[in-house]
Design a protein around this ligand. Structure first.
Ligand code: FES
Length: 103
């Protein structure tokens, strides 16, 4: 689909997730030491938002429902019960401060 502006850089909180949406697709943005990563917002184990119901520790987000863990860089499962990886999206930050996600 291509890169779409989803928010401004200063809207993404450090150490937490921010949910953004485009065309019905919900994506979680995570700030890991100043670097942004985007994953599907919903845990692959259940209907749970990782941006609102997840804890970010380094580049790993822990789902607070059953404590599954994912790497936000790669989407890979780091700890069960989830067995399916998260979809990850390319992110770009413009000099203007706009954050773009490639849906
Ligand atoms: Fe996320 Fe179960 S819903 S680990």
């Amino acid at each position: 689909m291509g890169f779409v502006k989803v928010c401004r850089r200063d809207q993404v909180p450090q150490g937490e997730g921010l949910r953004v949406e485009h065309g019905g697709e919900q994506v979680a943005l995570f700030d890991v030491n100043g670097e942004l990563f985007a994953t599907a917002d919903q845990c692959t184990h259940g209907a749970w938002s990782l941006s609102e119901g997840g804890y970010l520790d380094g580049d790993v987000v822990e789902c607070s429902l059953h404590m599954g863990k994912f790497c936000v860089r790669t989407g890979k499962v780091k700890s069960p019960p989830p067995c399916q990886p998260l979809k990850v999206y390319p992110v770009r930050v413009e000099q203007s401060g706009d954050v773009l996600v490639d849906f």
